[in-house]
Ligand binder design. Structure first.
Ligand SMILES: Nc1ncnc2c1ncn2[C@@H]1O[C@H](COP(=O)(O)OP(=O)(O)O)[C@@H](O)[C@H]1O
Ligand SMILES: [Mg+2]
Length: 280
């Protein structure tokens, strides 16, 4: 279903600077009523789900539909799935980010900091501080929010994006496999939630604190999810079908081959309850 680069370039020729041509090349209607749950400019969205639940492929699908260009992707997990995005530029240094931003042909700047950098929440969060101050109007995607946290607290960069994103014209899409480690502040500043399969007790409890009727929702089928808009009249999150994924990508992964029992419950160890990062 993914358009190839040529068709995107062709359709891009008459578009204004700063808007992605790619959107026109993709099928316009998302499955179900998902179009009601697209982030508007400056809004914050959050995808939540255990590893292998389908978050990243969904988020990538969403990123392909953001109308503005470029988008900066903070890919601290170095996930090759983002390499399939058309017109992307990979940056492993700050200079690399500036280089990517200078070339207007780039629709996505994929930021992949080196491992030592990823181990420091302060250093990572500094990138988001810079984003808020220098890269206004440019949307942000953060693939693992807890990397930008320490001891359960969001750093000033992440908090800034979530507090002032709207006034800076920055749409922020975050994602996490461990919502228990993401601050309540991030939850309360989020308008749109995409809720994938989640099994750990502490994670489900955290989500339950912010999403109405979450604990009563029927179990999800694999790669399905619930969508919820915080300021809507709707009390209960809406069930969504999995996004379509091509065969090659379906085959590319084995971690999610789990028994149905394992999919619906998980024993929590002490280590699971301790966030990995602590401010020094
Ligand atoms: N909608 C989908 N349909 C079919 N397979 C999917 C779908 N979403 C994800 N997958 C499969 O699951 C794997 C993990 O998906 P991913 O989005 O990386 O999960 P997460 O980011 O939650 O860990 C993918 O590589 C793919 O094989
Ligand atoms: Mg992922």
């Amino acid at each position: 279903m993914m358009a190839n680069s040529n068709s995107i370039r062709d359709s891009d020729s008459d578009s204004e600077a700063g808007s992605k041509g790619k959107q026109k090349a993709l099928e316009p209607t998302p499955p179900g009523t998902l179009s009601d749950y697209f982030p508007a400019k400056g809004e914050r969205a959050l995808s939540i789900g255990k590893t292998g639940s389908g978050k990243t492929l969904f988020n990538r699908w969403l990123l392909e539909r953001l109308p503005d260009s470029p988008t900066i992707i903070y890919d601290t997990k170095h996930d090759p799935k983002f390499d399939r995005l058309p017109h992307h530029h990979v940056a492993t240094t700050l200079d690399g980010v500036y280089e990517g931003l200078e070339n207007l042909a780039n629709d996505y700047i994929i930021v992949r900091p080196p491992p030592l950098y990823v181990a420091s929440p302060q250093a990572l969060d500094g990138l988001l501080l810079r984003h808020e101050n220098e890269w206004r109007g440019i949307d942000a995607y953060i693939d693992e929010l807890y990397h930008f946290h320490s001891g359960g607290r969001a750093g000033p960069g992440l908090s800034g994006l979530y507090t002032r994103g709207r006034s800076r014209g920055i749409t922020t899409i975050g994602s996490t496999q461990r919502p228990a480690w993401v601050s309540g502040f991030v939850f309360s500043e989020t308008q749109l939630f995409y809720l994938f399969r989640l099994t750990r007790e502490s994670d489900r409890k955290k989500v339950n604190d912010f999403i109405p009727n979450f604990s009563d929702l029927p179990a999800l089928k694999r790669f399905g999810f619930y969508a919820h808009r915080d300021d809507s009249e709707e009390e209960t999150p809406k069930l969504m079908e999995p996004i379509p994924v091509d065969e090659k990508e379906k085959l590319g992964y084995t971690d999610h081959l789990e028994t149905p029992e394992a999919a619906n419950s998980e024993t929590e160890t002490e280590a699971d309850q301790t966030p990995p990062n602590v401010w020094i």
